[in-house]
Design a protein around this ligand. Structure first.
Ligand SMILES: C[S@@+](CC[C@H](N)C(=O)[O-])C[C@H]1O[C@@H](n2cnc3c(N)ncnc32)[C@H](O)[C@@H]1O
Length: 580
């Protein structure tokens, strides 16, 4: 396929694909795009649901059933689940009629018995993609679409782009290639593919493309629920500091800008979680996608290139693996238990009210320079800089253009909805905030690194890992006040890693709003006093306001999280009114 054909389609979306030496093809903006804009939506050529999600989401559209509704089980194979007859019929027409077997046949299916889960999923995906390629090709025949640019991704474009995807076959070791051949043979033994005219070599090539191009499909809460092959979306290259993210509405994929993107800039997404340290990200990218990352965070000498130096290495993999395996906190042995205890001590000593007073009202909020920063002083110091930026990012009407570098007076809120940042302090009482996010990162980085350090260095990734575990423990045990403090600390760490509008940030802001609301309830029960209650109220207001805009874009207004946020806002405002 020529780049011209692809560009006819992409140009309708303000995008352009070009070949670059280092990365193969790259997608660029050919006009500017605003933060929060959906750049492109893409239909899959094939999808598979993860075994653990088969009973939980529709196996066709990937949506969860509506409240009070249940999924319908296929009466023949009893192993597939659908929202309703419409999804069942769509699945039947596209692939289910070929793979649906009576229960007994499925159980004795010798093809899959010797496969591990990953191979079984790859085989399933291969069968679906091969079926679609065959069906679409039959339908299209020799008719090629005209040259008129179309805003919709047509079947021809999806197919041609799929055939053009990178497979890195030449880099493959023999063992990997043999595994693919074995899966291709499995697929060709299925009666419906035997007559498709597809060859073992073609299917082996498709499997190579999967490895470097498939997307993990996730639900509203960012849990992986399956895999999909989206050829056009696969053209976007990786960066550890991406300016766009991948979102899903069921199986429909969108790519959304999370930074303002200028014409001529490359658009990148993250193939691995940017929260990993540099070494871990690089080895994941090399093993899974066969390239050495040269992105702005991995090689740049500007602020993004210094973030990994600040964050350091993450906690040992073994600790993480144990935590994941046991769905619990890692065992309290050796240094990790000491770190945990020391962090918990700092959290218990953290006087939220005193910190809010100190950092919001006096001395431009700089901690005592003679001692190390605690989690509390680090968080309250840094939040003064990050929160206004998040706030302005969430309010397109407000820009960082004033000479004082701090957003000026805000317009009165038009209604009782939380649409403005609730900060009662006069500008003069606040520290100067640099005018761009890069400048804020630079300023805070330099400031915190000037402090002496102790065993617990708040800005390091290993502290974040332990604090994140403690946060989940605190929420599990209803220790809401500790959860608020740890949640604020985690937010600061996320500000280094994720740009505003990133779904992880949106999700975390909602979590903070919920923890603050639960703290209000707990404070009322314990009679903690008006001042503390007001600090939590301000927190709920602030976190709801911030999560609202980010959630609307990052996960959408159809999502469970959006519903939770709207409910929380409603309850909060009602309680506030009752207090008046
Ligand atoms: C999903 S594809 C992206 C589109 C690809 N560039 C193409 O021409 O089809 C993934 C492949 O693109 C290349 N790639 C993506 N991001 C890269 C990066 N940051 N640095 C170097 N190569 C990259 C690698 O070859 C990787 O295996």
């Amino acid at each position: 396929m020529t780049l011209a054909a692809l560009n006819d389609y992409l140009s309708c979306h303000g995008l352009l694909v070009q070949s670059t030496n280092a990365k193969g093809r790259s997608v660029f903006a050919n006009r500017s795009h605003k933060r929060g804009n959906v750049l492109i939506t893409s239909q899959p050529l094939g999808t598979v649901v993860s075994p653990s999600s088969r009973h939980e989401i529709c196996n066709y559209c990937f949506h969860k059933p509506q409240p009070l509704c249940t999924l319908q089980q296929c009466s023949q194979c009893k192993s597939a689940y659908f929202c309703d007859m419409t999804c069942f019929k769509n699945a039947w027409l596209t692939y289910h009629q070929y793979v649906c077997q009576p229960t007994a046949a499925t159980l004795t299916d010798h093809h899959r018995n010797d496969l591990d889960e990953s191979d079984a999923l790859d085989l399933e995906m291969l069968e679906r993609v091969a079926l679609n390629c065959w069906r679409y090709n039959k339908r299209l025949g020799n008719i090629r679409s005209g040259t008129t640019a179309k805003a919709e991704e047509g079947v021809q474009l999806t197919l041609d782009t799929f055939y053009s995807l990178v497979g890195h076959q030449h880099d493959d070791n023999g063992q990997r290639h043999r595994r693919r051949q074995a899966l291709a043979q499995h697929a060709l033994s299925r009666s419906y593919l035997t007559n498709s005219g597809l060859t073992e070599d073609q299917l082996t090539d498709y499997l190579g493309k999967f490895q470097y191009n498939n997307f993990d499909i996730h639900d509203d809460h960012l849990y992986k629920v399956g895999k999909g092959n989206y050829p056009v979306a696969s053209l976007f290259n990786h960066s550890c500091r991406p300016n766009a993210v991948v979102l899903f509405d069921g199986f429909l994929l969108s790519i959304m800008a999370i930074e303002p993107i200028a014409a001529g800039q490359e658009i990148t997404i993250a193939y691995v979680d940017p929260a990993h340290d540099r070494q871990h990200r690089q080895s994941l990218l090399l093993n899974k996608y066969a390239f050495t990352c040269q992105c702005v965070r991995c090689v740049d000498t500007t602020i993004y290139g210094r973030i990994d130096g600040l964050l350091g290495d993450e906690a040992m993999d073994q600790d993480n693996a144990l935590a994941l395996l046991r769905h619990a906190t890692p065992p309290m042995t050796g240094s990790s238990s000491t770190t945990r205890a020391a962090i918990l001590q700092q959290v218990n000593d953290w006087d939220l009210l005193e910190m809010c007073r100190r950092y919001d009202r006096r001395h431009h909020g700089a901690p005592d320079p003679t001692g190390p920063l605690t989690l509390a002083s680090y968080t309250h110091f840094a939040i003064q800089f990050f929160a206004p930026y998040l706030w302005s990012a969430c309010n397109p009407a407000i820009s960082f253009s004033s000479a004082s570098s701090f957003p000026g007076a805000l317009p009165s809120p038009p209604s009782r909805a939380l649409s403005y940042f609730d900060d009662p302090l006069p500008d003069s009482a606040k520290p100067m905030v640099p005018t761009t996010y890069d400048a804020i990162l630079n300023h805070v980085m330099q400031a915190v690194q000037a402090y002496p350090t102790s065993d617990i260095i708040p800005w390091r990734l290993d502290t974040l890992t332990t604090a994140a575990q403690l946060l989940h423990d605190a929420m599990k045990h209803g220790q809401w006040r500790n959860a608020v403090k740890l949640g604020m600390y985690v937010l600061i760490q996320y500000c280094w890693i994720y740009p505003p509008y990133h779904p992880i940030l949106a999700q975390h802001l909602l979590l903070l709003a919920k923890c603050s609301w639960n703290s209000i309830i707990k404070s009322e029960l314990l009679g903690d006093g008006k001042a503390l209650e007001m600090a939590y109220e301000r927190g709920v207001r602030r976190w709801i306001m911030l999560s609202k805009e980010t959630l609307a874009h990052a996960v959408g207004k159809h999502s469970e999280q959006w519903r939770e946020m709207v409910e929380l806002e409603w309850i909060f405002l009602r309680e506030q009114k009752l207090k008046e």
